[in-house]
Write a protein that binds this ligand. Structure first.
Ligand SMILES: Cc1cc2nc3c(=O)[nH]c(=O)nc-3n(C[C@H](O)[C@H](O)[C@H](O)COP(=O)(O)OP(=O)(O)OC[C@H]3O[C@@H](n4cnc5c(N)ncnc54)[C@H](O)[C@@H]3O)c2cc1C
Ligand SMILES: NC(=O)c1ccc[n+]([C@@H]2O[C@H](COP(=O)([O-])OP(=O)(O)OC[C@H]3O[C@@H](n4cnc5c(N)ncnc54)[C@H](O)[C@@H]3O)[C@@H](O)[C@H]2O)c1
Length: 534
C-alpha cells in the first residue's frame, strides 16, 4: 500500500538530509491509513530553514523510547540522544532503556524474585519437602546474571530504535535554542524537541549522608551483600529495598518519618502491610528520621536517629554496612539548557507542561515521563509517550495522556497494590461510600506460616454503585490487580462485581465474594462499622 502526502512542502526525509518525492511506502514506515494530517508539516521549512528532524528526543528511557518509536511508526523523522551506558547513572552516564531497565523496575524485580525463593524454601518444608542443609545464595552469580539480562534488554531497546529508522546519537544533549540540540559539538535542528531525561535520586542534607550513604542505583549493584542495612525513607524504593534485602538474609532497619510507610497509599492497607513486614523480621521505625551518619575505624557506619515531630528518645544504629537513602527523586532538568531558553519549571524542578505534554512556556519543547513530575511510573511514561506521538503525528486529532485508572504496586514482600481511590479520598469526594474488606490466609501458607495474611479492600460510591477503588496486600497482588484495574477503568459496579463468578481456590476470588460492608459513610460521616484506627 502506498500513501501520498499533499501540500506545498510535499516531500519526505527518509534519511537525515535526504529528501524524496512525497510517495512513501507505508509498509516501511508502518504508518496507518490517514496519517497525512501532520506529516505534511514534517522536517520542512520554518523560518526559512530545513529541520533535520520532526522530533528530537533527549533521553532513551521508558518515555523517550516509546514516544520516539511510535512517532517513527507514524512516519516522522526522529532522532534520539542517550548517554553512554552504565549501571550507576550520573550527568555523563545513562544508557538506552533508562532507569526502568538498568536501575529500576527490572533489576529491582529480579532482586525481589531472588529473595522470594528464600520464602519458598521455607514454605516448601511445610509441604513435606526436605532440603539438606541451609540453601546458599551466590551473590556473585545473582549479580552477574542480572547484569547480563539488563545489558541484553538495553541492547534490545537500541536495536528496536534502529529498526524503527530512528537516528540514534550517543552523547550528552544540550538545548541551544527552541529548535536546536547540541550533542558532541554537533548541532541538530528539530521542529519539536522532546525532553525525556527522567529523574535521579535526591539526598537530603543529613550530616554524613553524601559521604557514606548510597542510592538505589548502588544498592542494586553491590559487590557484597550487606549484613546490616539501614534504609531511610518509607516510600516505594525504601519499602521495596528493605523487603528485598530482608528476604535475602540481611538485617534491615527501615526509618520512616510518618507513623506508617507509603504515604500515598490507603492507610488501612499500609497498616496491614507494615504488620506483615514486621512479621517477616524487618525492623520498622515510624516517626523517625536520621540526623547524622558517621564511619568508624573498622569501616562500619553508625546512624543517629531522632524522633520526627514527636517526643521520644534518639538512638543509634551501629555496625551498619550500608545506608540506603530512599528519600525521593528529582526531575533531571538542570544543565541541559532549559533555563537558558526560558523553559518554565515547577517548584520541584519538573518541566512544566500542559495536558498535551507541551512546555507551558516554549511551544517547540515537549516533556514526558519522570522529568515532568506527574506520575513517575514506567507504564505512565510509556502511555505519555504514545499519546504524544499520536498527538504530534497521528490522525486522531488532539490526544492527551489518560490518567483515569493508573494502578500502582509496591513490590515488597508482601506486595501492596491499588487502583483508584483510597478510603479517605473516596469519602471526601463521594461522601456516601461503602467499604468492603477481607483478611485471609493464602492457601500456600495454611500448612506452615499461618500468620502470613492477605488483605483486600473494595471501595464503592454508594449513590451510583460504582467501584472507585481496589486495594490488595498479598504475594500476587500485582498480578491480580491488573485485571481489576481494567474493570475499574471500564466503570464496573459493585453489583457487577458480585455477579462475577470467582476462581476457586484463589486469593483473587476474595474481590468478588464480599457481601457485607465493613464500614459505611453517609454525608462524609461514618454511619456503620468501626472507625479506622490508622
Ligand atoms: C529503584 C527504582 C525502582 C522502580 N521500580 C518501578 C516499578 O517497579 N514499576 C514502575 O512502573 N516504575 C518503577 N520505577 C520508576 C520508573 O523507573 C520510572 O518512572 C521510569 O523509568 C521513567 O522513565 P523516563 O523515561 O521518564 O526516565 P528514565 O528512564 O530515567 O530515562 C531518562 C533517560 O534520559 C537520559 N538522559 C538524561 N539526561 C540526558 C542528556 N542530557 N542527554 C542524553 N540523555 C540524557 C538518561 O540517561 C536516561 O536514560 C522505579 C524507579 C526506581 C529508581
Ligand atoms: N514499584 C514501583 O512502581 C516503584 C518502585 C520504585 C520507585 N517508583 C517510583 O519512583 C518514585 C521515587 O521513589 P522514592 O521511594 O524515592 O520516593 P517516594 O516519594 O515514594 O518516597 C520518599 C520517602 O522518603 C521520605 N523522606 C524524605 N526525606 C526524608 C528524611 N530526611 N528522613 C526520612 N525520610 C525521608 C518521604 O517521607 C517518603 O516517604 C516513586 O514516587 C515511584 O513513583 C515506583
Amino acid at each position: 500500500m502506498r500513501i501520498s502526502l499533499r501540500g506545498p512542502f510535499c516531500r519526505v526525509a527518509l534519511r537525515k538530509g535526504q529528501y524524496f518525492p512525497a510517495i512513501i511506502d507505508s509498509a516501511v514506515l508502518r504508518a496507518p491509513a490517514g496519517i497525512k494530517r501532520k506529516l505534511t508539516t514534517r522536517a520542512v521549512h520554518e523560518n526559512g530553514s530545513d529541520f533535520d528532524f520532526d522530533l528530537f528526543t533527549i533521553g532513551g528511557g521508558s518515555a523517550g523510547v516509546r514516544a520516539t518509536r511510535s512517532s517513527a511508526g507514524f512516519g516522522a523523522k526522529v532522532g534520539l540522544c542517550e548517554l553512554p551506558r552504565a549501571l550507576i547513572s550520573s550527568d555523563e552516564k545513562g544508557g538506552t532503556g533508562g532507569t526502568c531497565v538498568l536501575r529500576g523496575c527490572v533489576p529491582k524485580k529480579l532482586m525481589a524474585l531472588a529473595g522470594l525463593f528464600a520464602e519458598d524454601v521455607q514454605d516448601a518444608a511445610s509441604f513435606g519437602w526436605e532440603v539438606d542443609g541451609q540453601p546458599q545464595l551466590s551473590w556473585e552469580k545473582l549479580q552477574s546474571n542480572k547484569r547480563k539480562e539488563l545489558e541484553r534488554l538495553s541492547d534490545l531497546y537500541m536495536e528496536n530504535l534502529k529498526k524503527a529508522d530512528v537516528e540514534y546519537i550517543e552523547g550528552r544533549a544540550r538545548i541551544i535554542d527552541p529548535n536546536t540540540v547540541e550533542v558532541n559539538g554537533k548541532q541538530y535542528r528539530a521542529k519539536n524537541i522532546l525532553v525525556a531525561t527522567g529523574g535521579a535520586a535526591s539526598i537530603p542534607p543529613i550530616e554524613g549522608a553524601r559521604d557514606f550513604a548510597i542510592t538505589s542505583d548502588q544498592v542494586l549493584n553491590l559487590d557484597e551483600k550487606p549484613k546490616k542495612l539501614v534504609v531511610v525513607g518509607g516510600g516505594y524504593i525504601g519499602c521495596e529495598q528493605a523487603s528485598i534485602f530482608n528476604n535475602l538474609g540481611t538485617e534491615v532497619y527501615l526509618i520512616v518519618r510518618q507513623d506508617l510507610p507509603l504515604a500515598g497509599f490507603d492507610r488501612e492497607a499500609c497498616a496491614f502491610v507494615m504488620e506483615q513486614y514486621k512479621l517477616r523480621g524487618l525492623h520498622v521505625y515510624g516517626q523517625s528520621s536520621p540526623t547524622k551518619m558517621s564511619k568508624g575505624a573498622n569501616g562500619k557506619l553508625t546512624v543517629h536517629v531522632e524522633p520526627y515531630k514527636r517526643d521520644g528518645d534518639p538512638f543509634d544504629i551501629e555496625d551498619v554496612d550500608q545506608v540506603l537513602m530512599a528519600t525521593g527523586r528529582k526531575p533531571k532538568t538542570q544543565n541541559i539548557g532549559l533555563e537558558d531558553i526560558g523553559v518554565e519549571l515547577d517548584d520541584k524542578g519538573g518541566l512544566k507542561v500542559d495536558e498535551f505534554s507541551r512546555s507551558v512556556s516554549v511551544p517547540s519543547i515537549w516533556g514526558i515521563g519522570d522529568v515532568t513530575n506527574r506520575i513517575p511510573l514506567t507504564p505512565v511514561a510509556r502511555m505519555e509517550g504514545s499519546a504524544l506521538a499520536k498527538h504530534l503525528f497521528g490522525d486522531q486529532g488532539d490526544v492527551k495522556p489518560d490518567y483515569k485508572a493508573v494502578p500502582s504496586v509496591v513490590f515488597s514482600s508482601p506486595q501492596l497494590a491499588y487502583v483508584g481511590k483510597k478510603e479517605d479520598a473516596a469519602v471526601e469526594e463521594y461522601q456516601d461510600v461503602d467499604i468492603y474488606t477481607s483478611t485471609s490466609t493464602p492457601m500456600k501458607n495454611t500448612l506452615g506460616r499461618k500468620d502470613v495474611k492477605e488483605f483486600v479492600k473494595v471501595i464503592v460510591s454508594s449513590k451510583d454503585d460504582k467501584v472507585v477503588g481496589f486495594h490488595m496486600v498479598g504475594s500476587e497482588a500485582a498480578e491480580i490487580l491488573q485485571g481489576f484495574a481494567a474493570a475499574l477503568y471500564a466503570g464496573i459496579t459493585k453489583q457487577q462485581l458480585d455477579a462475577t463468578v470467582g476462581i476457586h481456590p484463589s486469593s483473587a476470588e476474595e474481590f468478588v465474594t464480599m457481601i457485607k460492608a465493613s464500614r459505611k459513610y453517609r454525608g462524609g460521616k461514618l454511619t456503620e462499622g468501626e472507625p479506622l484506627k490508622c
